[in-house]
Design a protein around this ligand. Structure first.
Ligand SMILES: Nc1ncnc2c1ncn2[C@@H]1O[C@H](COP(=O)(O)OP(=O)(O)O)[C@@H](O)[C@H]1O
Ligand SMILES: [Mg+2]
Length: 287
C-alpha cells in the first residue's frame, strides 16, 4: 500500500507550508497564505523541563486539519510529553500550544474540559477498564458526557465496534482480548464522541509487523470514512511511510523537519534521510 496523495489544493498548501516549516522556524502563522483553519494544532517554541531533564527544547510544529500526521521520533524523545501538552495534561514552561487557534495554557478549567471532548485518544495499551466489558468500555464516554438514551448509545457503540472489526466481541472482557483487539477497542472508544482530533500514542507498540500493518490499514480506513485530524505518534518508520499524509520528525525535544509525506521522503536533511531510511550510518548515532 502506498500513501495517499493529497488533493491538488492541499498539495499546494503543503508546498507553501513547507517553505515555512524548516528547522526552528515553526509552523506558518498569521499569514495570508494559508486559511486560518489550516492548522488544527500549533506548537510555538514549546519548552518543558522536568528537574534537570530538558525534554522539549523549543518545539515548533503545526498539525494540518483533516489529515493523518505522523509524529516520528526515537523512544524517550518526548512524544508522549508532547501529546500531554496538546490536551492540557501538561503545560509548557515557555511557549504556547494552540488548538484550533485557542491557547491551551490560557484556558480556564471549563474551557479545558470542553476542549478535551474534541479529542479522541488511543493510549498505548488501549487503556480499557479491566472490570468492564468491551461494550461498556466503548459506551463509557457517551454515558459520561452525553444524555443519549441506552438505545442511542447502543447504536453508536455497535457502529464503532463494527468499524474496528469487533462487532462480535462486545460482551468480552478486556482480559479475553488479544493485544491487537484491545487497541481496536480503545480505538472504537476514542471515536464515540465524534472527535475532531484523534491521537494515537504508539498504536503499534507490542504488535508484530503484520498486526501493525493491519492496524495502520484500519486507521486509514476509519479516517477515510469519518474524517478528522489524526495524529499518530510512533517510532515505527514503516507505519509512517504507510499511512502518513504529513510527517513531523522529533529529535531531542524539537522538530527537525515537518512537511507533506512526499516532501519528507525526499528530504535533503541528512538526519531526516537517515531516520526515514532507518539507516545505521548518518548523523543520528547511538546515544
Ligand atoms: N511527568 C514526568 N515527570 C518527569 N519526567 C517525565 C515525565 N513524563 C516524561 N518524563 C521524561 O521525559 C522524557 C520523554 O518521555 P516520553 O515523552 O514518555 O518519551 P517517548 O518519546 O518515548 O514517548 C523521558 O526522559 C521521561 O523520563
Ligand atoms: Mg511514549
Amino acid at each position: 500500500m502506498t500513501g495517499r496523495t493529497p488533493d491538488p489544493s492541499t498539495a499546494a498548501l503543503l508546498d507553501r507550508a513547507a517553505a515555512h516549516s524548516d528547522h526552528h522556524e515553526g509552523p506558518m502563522r498569521f499569514t495570508e497564505e494559508v486559511p486560518g483553519d489550516f492548522w488544527a494544532i500549533e506548537c510555538v517554541d514549546v519548552h518543558k523541563t522536568f528537574g534537570r531533564n530538558q525534554v522539549l527544547r523549543g518545539l515548533n510544529v503545526g498539525i494540518p486539519t483533516g489529515m493523518i500526521t505522523i509524529v516520528l521520533g526515537p523512544s524517550g524523545t518526548g512524544k508522549s510529553v508532547l501529546i500531554k501538552h496538546l490536551i492540557g495534561l501538561l503545560f509548557p514552561d515557555r511557549g504556547d500550544v494552540l488548538v484550533h487557534g485557542q491557547s491551551v495554557p490560557n484556558m480556564t478549567l471549563t474551557e479545558l474540559l470542553e476542549m478535551r471532548k474534541r479529542f479522541g485518544i488511543l493510549f498505548q495499551d488501549g487503556a480499557l477498564f479491566g472490570s468492564m466489558s468491551v461494550y461498556d468500555n466503548v459506551a463509557f464516554p457517551l454515558r459520561q458526557h452525553t444524555d443519549f438514551s441506552e438505545g442511542e448509545i447502543r447504536e453508536i457503540v455497535m457502529g464503532r465496534l463494527g468499524d474496528v472489526g469487533l462487532a462480535g466481541a462486545d460482551q468480552r472482557m478486556p482480559s479475553e482480548l488479544s493485544g491487537g483487539m484491545r487497541k481496536r477497542a480503545g480505538f472504537a472508544r476514542a471515536l464515540v464522541l465524534e472527535p475532531e482530533i484523534v491521537m494515537f500514542d504508539e498504536p503499534d507498540s507490542g504488535l508484530d509487523p503484520v498486526r501493525t500493518a493491519l492496524l495502520c490499514q484500519l486507521i486509514e480506513e476509519v479516517h477515510a470514512q469519518h474524517g478528522g485530524t489524526y495524529i499518530v505518534i510512533t517510532h515505527d518508520i514503516a507505519s509512517a511511510r504507510r499511512i502518513a499524509e504529513y510527517i513531523a520528525v522529533l529529535w531531542k525535544g524539537s522538530i527537525v523537519q515537518s512537511g507533506g509525506r512526499d516532501q519528507m521522503l525526499e528530504s535533503g536533511n541528512p538526519f531526516v534521510q537517515q531516520f526515514l531510511a532507518g539507516a545505521p550510518v548518518g548523523p543520528l548515532g547511538m546515544e
